[in-house]
Every structure is written in C-alpha cells, then in structure tokens.
Design a protein around this ligand. Structure first.
Ligand code: SF4
Length: 242
C-alpha cells in the first residue's frame, strides 16, 4: 500500500490549538479588507440579501437588490404585492419561487412576532421561514452578535486543508471551529477564510507558494520534498467555486 504523508504533514505543522492564533493573525493582516460582500443599508436588507444569496453569487444579489430595495423598504411592502410580482423582481437570483415564498413568510413573521424588527438571537432568526443556520449565523455576526461560526464552501475547504477539522458536515465543522477559534474572532474568522479562499487557496489551484500560512498548513504544496509527497495536498473539489 502507498504510504500516507498526512500524519507526517500534521506532525510538521503541530497542534491545531497552537496554530489557530497565528492563522487568524496572519490572515487578518493579509486580508484587512475582508468583509461581507453583500450591499445593504439596514437589518432588513441584510437579512433578505443573505436569504437571496443562496445558490448564487454576491455580485448577482447586489445587482438585483440595487433596485429591489428601492421598491421594497419595509416588511409590509413584500406582502403588499402578489407573490408573482416579487418572483419577477428577484428572478435573476435563481430559485425565485422558493425565495419569494421565504421572503414573504419571513416578512409576515417579522411583523406578527417581532414588531417588524429583525431579531438578533440565533434561535429567533432560525424561526423565520427560509432562514437556515448559515443565514442566521451570517446575520447575527453582521449585527455584531455572532453566536456561531459561518460555514460555507470556502470555510469548509480551508478548515479541512488547514487541518482544523476532519468533518464534512457543516454543523460538525462549526462545532470543531467553535472549540478552537477564540470567541472574539467568531465574526471575522469566516470572512478571513472566505477571502483567503477566493484570493489564494482556491478549490482547483491553491497558490501555496504565495500563501502566508504555508508553514502552518498540513496541505501546503510548498513542502513537497519527496516524490509522491504531493499526496498531502488537498485535492481540488469538483464543482466548488474557484
Ligand atoms: S498552504 Fe496551500 S493549501 Fe494551505 S492554506 Fe495556503 S494555499 Fe491553501
């Protein structure tokens, strides 16, 4: 059987507990501009733009919400038009029927149970129709009260490559990260991984030679010294965002 280089790579970089602080600190310097890429002006726009961002790009959502948020300013506005009209207005974000239903359901619950105000607690956000854990975590963090760690495709890939988790399921990955990442960094940590994933550690072609984390990463290709040692590098994940 071919030898595995994974244990050797893990030994080389050391314990994840010891690596997490330098990882956060270096990424914070490298991506000082890391922030949410969605455009919004208030809590309602934040919530609805995150809901619209499922299965599409932030750029696409921003293009749609630039006009959408001029027409719909309060929760009431989403209920004042026929569902088909809202579907047409968000058509370009994809899955428009389900998303229109979710926006209207969330608008109704905001009015009926939260006085029209977006709640800040994760358990309350999760009660809103169409709001799953990732959306709730993003909204809570942007409102300044992170109660979990956002796990998207970039956070999942980088956490695995950096050896911070061996899990595949987002909820389990979040649990591993929550035990590791200092609570004060729960809000910015996902942004740092997302921006590092976009700029340096892409799914198909990680640029380890330019990566500030190369000496802390068990998947770094920079350390491939022996034939076959590239086995330690995480393979590209088909279908992931580049
Ligand atoms: S060293 Fe390579 S695999 Fe590790 S985080 Fe950097 S780019 Fe990604």
């Amino acid at each position: 059987m071919a030898p595995s280089y994974v244990p050797e790579a893990r030994r080389r970089v050391g314990r994840r507990r010891d690596r997490i602080r330098p990882i956060v600190e270096r990424l914070a310097v490298e991506h000082a501009d890391a922030r949410i890429a969605l455009a919004f002006r208030n809590d309602l726009e934040l919530l609805f733009s995150v809901m619209l961002s499922a299965q599409t790009t932030d750029v696409n959502v921003n293009r749609v919400t630039a006009t959408l948020f001029e027409k719909y300013r309060r929760p009431e506005d989403y209920l004042a038009v026929p569902q088909e009209e809202l579907e047409r207005d968000i058509y370009a974000t994809g899955f428009y029927r389900q998303k229109a239903k979710s926006l209207r359901g969330a608008a109704r619950m905001l009015l009926e149970e939260f006085d029209g105000v977006v709640p800040r607690r994760l358990d309350e956000l999760l009660r809103l129709p169409g709001v799953a854990r990732k959306t709730a975590n993003v909204v809570a963090a942007e409102l300044g009260e992170p109660q979990g760690i956002v796990v998207d495709t970039h956070v999942r890939r980088l956490s695995q490559r950096l050896g911070l988790t061996r899990q595949e399921d987002p909820v389990r990955i979040e649990r591993d990260l929550a035990l590791l990442v200092p609570r004060a960094d729960w809000g910015r940590f996902p942004h740092l991984l997302i921006w590092h994933g976009r700029r340096v550690c892409s799914a198909r072609r990680p640029r380890c030679e330019d990566c500030v984390l190369a000496d802390l990463c068990p998947s770094s290709r920079v350390w491939t010294a022996s034939p076959g040692a590239e086995r330690i590098a995480a393979p590209p994940t088909p279908g992931e965002e580049p």
